[in-house]
Design a protein around this ligand. Structure first.
Ligand SMILES: Cc1cc2nc3c(=O)[nH]c(=O)nc-3n(C[C@H](O)[C@H](O)[C@H](O)COP(=O)(O)OP(=O)(O)OC[C@H]3O[C@@H](n4cnc5c(N)ncnc54)[C@H](O)[C@@H]3O)c2cc1C
Length: 542
């Protein structure tokens, strides 16, 4: 059963009115008019049918190599041949140089159609961005063209057994050699670390050189190809792939680097900064994964609810969409999907404009944390709307719950991101970023509920600035920050509801956001103003 159709009209609406890419130099609406339907056609025909195959067959490790379902491999060849990997890559390296916001549209649709496919494909996009900013001219000339053409894919190798959230604990060592570096160490949980979509995978690896400073200051970034220029395989081995609750067609690899040949990207000791280019883009990409999955959750829940008849209190039978409680859940999912899409598209355009890095450093993780929490709630509600059928594999909403669960964990757990957001927003020297955020969310039509939410956020920010122990409040503060941004984009959408593909649905969701979702701000404020201390860890000793 193929039950995802790219939401071309909704995407075009959010892009035009909220992303406002006409702020970008060289933007023309013709670009969106050409790319959105072409992408939609490709994704509907080629990618959506893969989701069930990926879920059932998944990735397999055979004789030390990861094997993907043949249908996914052949679809990848068509994806590459059609030029989709190079949509936003520089023309001089074979790309089409279109604005990155169109790459966001691409990720949104791919993620709705087949999330485990999008997850692996997106890594090349982050790698292209990193090479563009951290690679030398020679490295760009050698490494970018095969990534842009889709001949190679990429992986991002940070995590190790003892280094998850704390990358300062990375032990992989990079020893200088006559013509580069030799990498040795173990990396865990590496998405797309190996597969047979392409013959080569370019691993971007965080490692430390001998005698480097301890912690993250000692980390450097390396490019390490799975296949060397002479055609032999580098000494990088996939030791195992993880059995996971979801994302079955995204191979999560344990990798052993055994003196693997690599080259430095950027400067020694500046690896984390270089990797952040990839991570920031990846964080927005994870937000889009959540948007795509909320979109498909809404499509499945809506289709089911609009056909399912059960009783009413007064008459014999009625569609379950007659019930206010089912409407509440449908509006919740739709509101989260469209609101998060709007937050991420706007942030993507801001990122391309590069106007205010301090503000972006708040917006990017806020989008990630808010959207990935939202998708977990939306997936659960899609199951609820299906009743008992939702618990059954056949209806494919339980798959969304399993696939989406990781999004709040990878690319920085939402808890760790929350600490960073709170610190940035409250630090005196970055007070300007909080001020810029306050101005952003206040700029436009502002309902009473949104004004109250903004006031709650301001009061919470002032309170957080006085606190030495922010840990117990960072999740509430991040939720509140996201909620206010979500309220802003929803107010902006409500103002142009008449232009929406489904004005009645959009109008109903806008009212739902104002009266049912935004009031949560008062509760969050109350929790922040009345914090619990961080307890002695001994009480949790096991
Ligand atoms: C399917 C999948 C794909 C992945 N893909 C990749 C990949 O491609 N490349 C890669 O390098 N890694 C990848 N990862 C790893 C992922 O990024 C890590 O799992 C994640 O960063 C968390 O690290 P951890 O699992 O060690 O958890 P831990 O760091 O041990 O965290 C456990 C808990 O403690 C909390 N915590 C930890 N430190 C703090 C702190 N300072 N403050 C507050 N709370 C804290 C966390 O929020 C979390 O709730 C992937 C993981 C999975 C499961």
């Amino acid at each position: 059963m193929i039950d995802y159709t790219a939401s071309e009209a909704d995407i075009a609406f959010v892009l035009k009115y909220i992303g406002q890419p006409d702020r970008l130099p060289d933007w023309s609406d013709d670009l969106a008019d050409a790319v959105i339907p072409a992408l939609g056609k490709f994704v509907n025909a080629e990618i959506a049918p893969l989701d069930l195959i990926g879920e059932d067959t998944g990735a397999r490790l055979q004789n030390g190599r990861v094997r993907m379902p043949p249908q996914m491999i052949s679809a990848y060849k068509r994806y590459a041949k059609a030029g989709w990997p190079g949509l936003c890559a520089p023309e001089e390296f074979g790309g089409q140089d279109l604005p990155h916001i169109l790459g966001a549209v691409q990720a949104d649709m791919l993620a709705g159609a087949c999330i485990s496919y999008e997850m692996v494909l997106s890594l090349a996009q982050g790698c292209i961005r990193t090479l563009k900013t951290s690679g030398s001219d020679d490295q760009k000339a050698r490494l970018l063209p095969p990534l842009v053409s889709g001949e190679w894919m990429a992986s991002m190798c940070l995590t190790e057994p003892d280094a998850g959230s704390d990358l300062g604990r990375i032990k992989t060592i990079a020893t200088p050699t006559a013509d580069g570096y030799a990498l040795s160490g173990t990396k865990f949980f590496i998405s797309g670390g190996d597969h047979d979509y392409t013959d080569n995978v370019l691993h971007l690896v965080l490692a430390r050189t001998p005698d480097s400073a301890p912690g993250v200051q000692g980390l450097s970034l390396f490019a390490c190809p799975a296949v060397l220029p002479n055609g032999t395989r580098n000494t990088v081995q996939t030791v195992r792939i993880e059995e996971k609750m979801g994302m079955h067609a995204s191979p999560t690899c344990q990798m052993a680097f055994d003196g693997a040949q690599a080259e430095l990207l950027g400067e020694e000791g500046k690896g984390l900064a270089a990797m952040f280019t990839m991570m920031n883009a990846e964080r927005l990409d994870v937000s889009l994964q959540a948007v795509g999955q909320m979109d498909v959750a809404f499509q499945r829940a809506r289709t089911h609810a609009a056909a399912r008849r059960q009783g009413t209190a007064t008459e014999g039978t009625a569609l379950i969409t007659e019930h206010g409680d089912v409407q509440r859940m449908l509006l919740d999912i739709y509101a989260q999907a469209m609101g998060c899409r709007a937050m991420v598209y706007r942030t993507f355009v801001d990122m391309d404009l590069g106007t205010d890095q301090g503000l972006l450093d708040i917006l990017t993780p806020t989008c990630k944390a808010f959207a990935t929490d939202a998708v977990n709630m939306a997936a659960s509600q899609a199951v609820q709307i299906h009743g008992g059928y939702g618990f059954c594999k056949e209806y494919r909403v339980e798959q969304i719950m399993r696939d989406a669960r990781i999004m709040a964990i990878y690319e920085g757990t939402n808890g760790v991101l929350a600490t960073g957001i709170a610190r940035r927003a409250i630090r005196a020297k970055e007070g300007a970023a909080a001020q810029a955020f306050a101005e952003l969310v206040s700029d436009g039509p502002t309902s009473m509920e949104l004004a109250d939410a903004i006031e709650a956020w301001s009061a919470a920010t002032r309170e957080m600035q006085t606190r030495s122990d922010i840990g117990p409040s960072v999740a509430d503060y991040t939720r509140l920050t996201g909620l206010v941004y979500f309220g802003r984009v929803w107010a902006d959408m409500e103002a142009v509801a008449a232009q929406a593909p489904e004005p009645d649905l959009l109008g109903a969701a806008a009212g739902h956001v104002r009266t049912r979702i935004l009031p949560e701000a008062a509760l969050l404020q109350q929790r922040i103003l009345n914090p619990q201390p961080t307890h002695d860890a001994a009480i949790f000793a096991a």
